[in-house]
Ligand binder design. Structure first.
Ligand code: MIG
Length: 818
């Protein structure tokens, strides 16, 4: 884009020079001003209309809206006319009792909520934000500006802010680069990036949201603009942070912290959270391009049961279809899909099928015929169809930005659901087109009635596809939770789908990259994410695969996937000792399901991410702004994957507080780096002291057996700590009617006692009766345990110093005495 601008500037200068040479008389064009960047002038006026405040320099207008106490939205209209309000990311702008006042002094106008002040400087229209202690968190470095786009209409829009010397930046979705984005320039334009490399940009998703952290205060900027957009975090000029787009409106939300977690939670207030997934989707998934024919699928699923490796999801990639026609089956490979799917289901496997956006141009194919008859396919500016080659050959593409098309598309899943399909995988929805890469700019989109070219719709196309998929499945499955996974997305995609990081490579570097990408997606509002375990292209050896399984055990979404031209890639493919270690970790995944599920609820209900980078735990420590290996899974389990071959030990940073080494139960002081042995059998896992980690018995798939008791692992601490457990049916939307149970545990110890308390809220009753307590790290050998006033007699303390006993799931108060 920069180049283009330069060219236009050169061209205009040349024209102007020519003009001078020829000395035209009466040339009407001579009065037209050249295209140059224009900046806001002097704000001479402030006007309040309801909860919106307008400032103008006489021509351009700026609108300021206080959305919540922490969120303020700014919009710019270069010639005073705002675009109609519509956003795929923010479906409904909630004004949560946002009271504010408008003040004016000699130097500035101030819009002030209970938490943030937005300053509009009278001298030059600079906009800045400060907190109630008058600490400026974000300030314009130049006024907002724009440049007319002669070719397409509208404007290139720009915003440039001050970048402070120690300011760090996080967010922006799936960028394959260091976690801290300081010093980088990045672009948002959804792209199919097969075998992407470190620093390659852009990738599959566009999440125009970043978090800034400076002097222990975090704020977020959400630039809700779907056009091709760029962000510069002190790359071009280390004193400036800017963001700009090729069109649309300069519209951004300032989101106040002061903690990074506050910013992420507020971002979720704007863009929504992930719905509760079906419980099985938290299990292990096995995928490959492709498992076919049916015999192969059965061989794989049988392999899991025979090897006693738990698995819940089995995937069918594009070869299950008839000539890659969506919603059809290749009957040679899969003669009776319904029978196969139901037999797989009886053995605990949920079948997930891939669906791409390209619909084969074929008048004998019902999906194409319906789409054609109803004019559901995208068209070029001159009304020709948008045609491109993808897997099925020549294709046309539904316009998923049209609500009518989404409803139609959603309805197409009824047959698959009737056959028993439990989940849908949306691929190639950047959209990807062979050769051309994606659609040309002039393709038109309905854009929910707000119309636009592909320049505007490109980045939301995939999100609207998976939205159509999710909403369709939800309608067809009635009260059952659908599972969806998408490659492309835009802010808000988390309301409809999980994501995977796309076509990675079987290399140690990609293991490191995947670790960062999942953390980044997590703070960018996309909680349910994972990598292709093992690497999509290329060949991992047993060690790399096992290290990847170990990291993947702690990815919110856990799926192994591989390209078709690689060797077999199941958890047992590498022989011993790998198979046993892979099994042990996948079993650990299943043991921790109640913990993961509770963390998911914390996300869904309260907007916490599932994975949390260390900087989110301790943002006041500058070193932590650059840490990207360790992360926490929920807030109680700290993980540090092993990402080097042959590594026998590694340093791990533990945030302040006390931690237990999960493997040895040894207590370690945080606030320091510790050296941890890393034999192939383990990776560093630490549990925060005071936690209660709920645990399920290992099963071959979720729901295989009735749960008879839930184990509560109680990690002693001498300070008070809270833990949570969320329980419900696991596969319906009853939780929306408050049919669930939220349990809160409080643990507190001293030298002679340990107290555990439980309180419960909600309308659900789990079927198991009791807890199996596992007390770890007690500094004394218990002599007496009293639960709800009754003495517990049958407790034991083993050689490992772990004290065990059973008691009712409804307990309120337990005391353990020395
Ligand atoms: O052009 O469906 O990222 O996961 O296996 C490749 C085949 C298309 C790309 C996806 C990958 C999938 C593959 N797809």
């Amino acid at each position: 884009m920069e180049d283009k601008i330069l060219n236009t500037e050169l061209l205009i200068n040349k024209l102007l020079e020519e003009e001078e040479e020829f000395h035209h008389v009466n040339n009407p064009a001579a009065d037209i001003k050249p295209v140059i960047k224009k900046y806001l002038g002097v704000p001479n006026h402030a006007e309040q209309l309801g909860n919106k405040i307008y400032f103008t320099d006489g021509d351009a207008k700026v609108e300021v809206v206080v959305v919540t106490d922490e969120i303020i939205r700014v919009r710019l209209a270069p010639h005073g006319v705002f675009l109609e309000e519509f956003s795929y990311a923010v479906p409904k702008l909630v004004h949560k009792d946002a009271s504010f006042i408008l003040l004016e002094n000699e130097l500035e106008f101030i819009v002030s909520s209970r938490v943030v002040n937005c300053h509009i400087r009278k001298k030059d229209f600079f906009i800045s934000f400060s907190d109630k202690k008058n600490h400026v968190t974000s300030a314009d470095a130049v006024p907002m500006h724009w440049e007319e786009n002669v070719k397409f209409g509208g404007y290139y829009v720009f915003c440039t802010k001050v970048c402070e010397p120690e300011e760090s930046f996080f967010g922006l979705g799936d960028k394959p680069t260091e976690l801290n984005l300081r010093g980088k320039r990045l672009k948002n334009w959804n792209t199919d990036a097969y075998s992407f490399a470190w620093n390659q940009d852009p990738l599959y998703r566009s999440i125009p949201f970043y978090i800034s952290l400076n002097e222990d205060i975090a704020h977020g900027i959400f630039f809700d603009n779907t056009f091709k957009a760029q962000f510069d975090f002190g790359a071009e000029d280390k004193t400036k942070t800017s963001f700009w787009a090729d069109g649309g409106e300069l519209q951004y939300y300032y989101i106040h912290g002061p903690h990074m977690m506050d910013v992420v939670k507020s971002y979720h207030i704007l863009t929504g959270t992930h719905p509760m997934p079906p419980l099985w989707a938290l299990g292990y998934h096995q995928c490959r391009w492709s498992y076919y024919p049916e015999a192969k699928v059965r061989k794989i699923t049988k392999g899991f049961r025979e090897n006693k490796i738990p698995c819940d999801g089995i995937y069918l990639d594009i070869d299950y279809m008839d000539g890659y026609r969506c919603f059809t089956w290749n009957r040679k490979y899969f003669p009776d899909p319904k029978k196969m799917i139901s037999e797989l289901a009886a053995d605990g496997f949920k079948t997930v099928v891939i669906i791409d956006p390209g619909i084969r141009v074929d008048d004998n194919y019902s999906v194409f015929k319906e789409g054609k008859a109803n004019r559901y396919f995208c068209r070029r500016s001159d009304d020709y169809f948008m045609e491109g080659h993808v897997w099925p050959g020549r294709c046309q593409f539904p316009d998923f930005t049209n609500p009518e098309v989404r409803t139609w598309w959603g309805g197409l899943f009824d047959e698959l659901v009737e056959m028993g399909v439990a989940g849908v995988w949306n691929d190639m929805n950047e959209p990807a087109v062979f050769g051309a890469g994606t659609f040309p700019d002039d393709v038109r989109h309905q854009y929910d009635g707000f119309r636009g070219s592909h320049r505007k719709a490109h980045n939301v196309y995939g999100m609207q596809m998976v939205r159509a998929t999710y909403e369709g499945l939800r309608t067809i499955m009635k009260n059952k939770r659908p599972f969806t996974i998408t490659r492309a997305g835009y802010s808000g995609v988390q309301r409809y789908s999980s994501v995977w990081t796309g076509d990675n490579v079987a290399s140690w570097e990609h293991l490191q990259l995947g670790n960062i990408q999942c953390q980044r997606l997590s703070v960018s509002g996309i909680p349910f994410c994972g990598t292709d375990i093992g690497g999509f292209s290329g060949e991992p050896d047993g060690e790399l695969f096992t290290r990847w399984i170990q990291m993947g055990t702690f990815s919110p979404f856990m799926r192994a996937h591989s390209a078709g031209d690689t060797k077999e890639r199941e958890p047992w493919s590498f022989g011993e000792p790998y198979t046993a270690i892979n099994r042990k970790f996948i079993e650990l995944r299943y043991r921790l399901i109640p913990y993961l599920y509770s963390t998911f609820w914390e996300h869904h209900r309260y907007g916490f991410p599932i994975l949390r980078p260390i900087v989110m735990q301790e943002q006041d420590v500058l070193m932590n702004h650059f840490r990207q290996d360790e992360f926490t899974y929920g807030d109680k389990i700290l993980i540090c994957p092993v990402m080097q071959p042959g590594q026998t030990s590694r340093n791990v940073y533990l945030p302040k507080g006390k931690w237990y080494n999960f493997w040895t139960n040894e207590m370690v002081d945080g606030g320091q780096e510790v050296t941890v042995p890393t034999p192939l059998e383990t990776i560093p896992i630490f549990i925060k002291a005071g936690s209660i980690i709920p645990e399920n018995p290992v099963m071959q798939y979720i729901g295989e057996k009735e749960i008879e008791e839930v184990k509560l692992n109680v990690y002693y601490s001498d300070y008070e700590a809270n833990s949570f457990l969320f329980e419900d049916y696991g596969e319906t939307f009853a939780y929306e009617q408050d049919i669930y149970l939220e349990k809160k545990f409080v643990v507190k110890g001293d030298a002679k006692t340990l107290t555990i308390q439980q309180s419960m809220e909600g309308l659900y009753t789990p079927r198991y009766e009791g807890y199996h307590f596992n007390l770890l790290g007690l500094p004394f050998k218990p002599s007496k345990i009293v639960a709800d006033g009754k003495e517990v007699t049958n407790f034991t303390t083993g050689k490992d110093k772990i004290t065990e006993f059973k008691f009712s799931k409804n307990f309120k108060h337990i005391e353990i005495y020395k």
